[in-house]
Design a protein around this ligand. Structure first.
Ligand SMILES: Nc1nc2c(ncn2[C@@H]2O[C@H](COP(=O)(O)OP(=O)(O)O)[C@@H](O)[C@H]2O)c(=O)[nH]1
Ligand SMILES: [Mg+2]
Length: 378
């Protein structure tokens, strides 16, 4: 199930040993050096000393459950969107013998309520109307299959591989951005577990220095995953924290660095300027860093998520999306809307608050889970 990034090395070694760099390791010494610089990384021992992962509540359930029930779980978690989109569609088509203007009006309302957005809804319906006009479509039941196919093609619209691609050498740096409360820190915790399970060493960076609670929250995720967290005191310059974290990551040979950032400063303009600065500063210390700028969006905010994505994209250039809280919303149509309007790959979807409630995004799985089929058929 770990198809969501390509490893930088073809590691044949035992994946339980996270330090696989060929350069000689001077971990103890470097840790000490680094701790004398301002952003002391916590003196948490690196993974080789702690081989026992902390069991999470639903870890065994997930591992023993297999693909079938993982799919089932996705389907269950998407239930609110299923109800608002698919079941309402079913109910509408059931009572109709032919496709008429009334049916299109009701369908339009269903699609907009599920947050597909006006223009995505219009394109979907225009396509169906044309088919009806040509005489290629008359049975309401066929309409459902056409809508499903079209939704699938919208989601595929960004047409880029969704896996994270790690650099050939050096740490893979992910900068995580998004407004307050969307689920950045939680998503970082969940992603960390995935990397660790794949045998990568991970360093977390507390770049949200504007609230002490934000640093504390990231540290909890660090403890859960048994990884170090670089942090400074509240109010520190986040660019300085990120810059120094690059030093630690290079010196200690980390595979992956994930940088948390603030979601709200005094004004939104300042936030964007701050994020640009963090990005620039990391790039100065480590060529091409950050390699991934992951924007976290809260699916429950519907269309608002699209406007947020546009703003963040203009400011820092977003390379991937994580869409959270799909478990708690009837607005899951936003997935199709975002894919079609932004053409930025959705890498992950969040379907709950627990550490395992993050999925690699897969268009086929998503559509099938929503429409209740096991396999996607054109
Ligand atoms: N139901 C649900 N809640 C989530 C999900 N992701 C995050 N949350 C919750 O959203 C809230 C805000 O998350 P947080 O990570 O602190 O957001 P941040 O301000 O962007 O860092 C927390 O209560 C999380 O548990 C998800 O996929 N589903
Ligand atoms: Mg946070």
């Amino acid at each position: 199930m770990l198809g969501w990034f390509k490893k930088k090395f073809s590691k044949d070694e035992d994946t339980s040993a996270p330090q696989t760099n060929t350069e000689p390791q001077q971990t103890a010494e470097i840790t000490q050096d680094a701790s004398t610089t301002s952003p002391s990384p916590e003196a948490v021992p690196k993974q080789q000393e702690v081989s026992e992962p902390i069991p999470q509540p639903d870890e065994t359930e997930e591992q023993s459950s297999g693909i079938g029930s993982m799919f089932q779980r996705l389907s269950t978690r998407l239930n609110k969107t299923k109800e608002s989109l698919v079941y309402r569609m079913d109910a509408l088509f059931l009572g109709k013998k032919e496709i008429d203007a009334d049916l299109f009006d009701e369908l339009e309302e269903i699609l907009i309520t599920a947050d597909l957005g006006i223009s995505t809804t219009m394109e979907l319906l225009d396509d169906a109307r044309k088919r009806v006009k040509r005489g290629a479509l008359s049975d309401p039941k066929e309409l459902k299959a056409i809508l499903k196919e079209k939704l699938h093609s919208f989601i595929m619209a960004s047409d880029k591989p969704a896996e994270l691609v790690m650099p050939e050498s050096g740490p893979f740096v992910i900068m995580v951005v998004g407004v307050n409360g969307v689920g950045k820190t939680t998503t970082i915790g969940k992603i960390t577990k995935k990397f660790k399970q794949a045998g990568q060493s991970v360093l977390l960076v507390a770049g949200d220095t504007f609230r002490a609670a934000a640093v504390a929250q990231l540290k909890i995720w660090g403890e859960r995953n048994d990884v170090s967290v670089v942090h400074q005191q509240e109010g520190a310059d986040p660019s300085a924290v990120a810059f120094d974290a690059m030093d630690v990551a290079v010196a200690e040979g980390y595979d992956v660095v994930i940088v948390d950032t603030a979601g709200r400063l005094h004004t939104q303009v300042n936030l964007m300027e701050e994020l640009k600065k963090i990005k620039r500063v990391m790039g100065k210390r480590l060529n091409n860093a950050p390699h991934e700028i992951l924007l976290v969006l809260d699916a429950t905010t519907g269309q608002n998520a699209v406007s947020q994505a546009k703003l963040f994209n203009e400011a820092v250039g977003i390379t991937g999306l994580a869409l959270t809280k799909l478990d708690g919303t009837a607005k899951g149509g936003i997935v199709a809307c975002i894919s079609r309007e932004l053409a930025i790959p959705i890498r992950f979807i969040g379907i709950g608050e627990q550490i395992d409630d993050l999925r690699d995004f897969d268009a086929d799985d998503f559509i099938n889970a929503l429409f209740g089929d096991e396999t996607y058929t054109q």
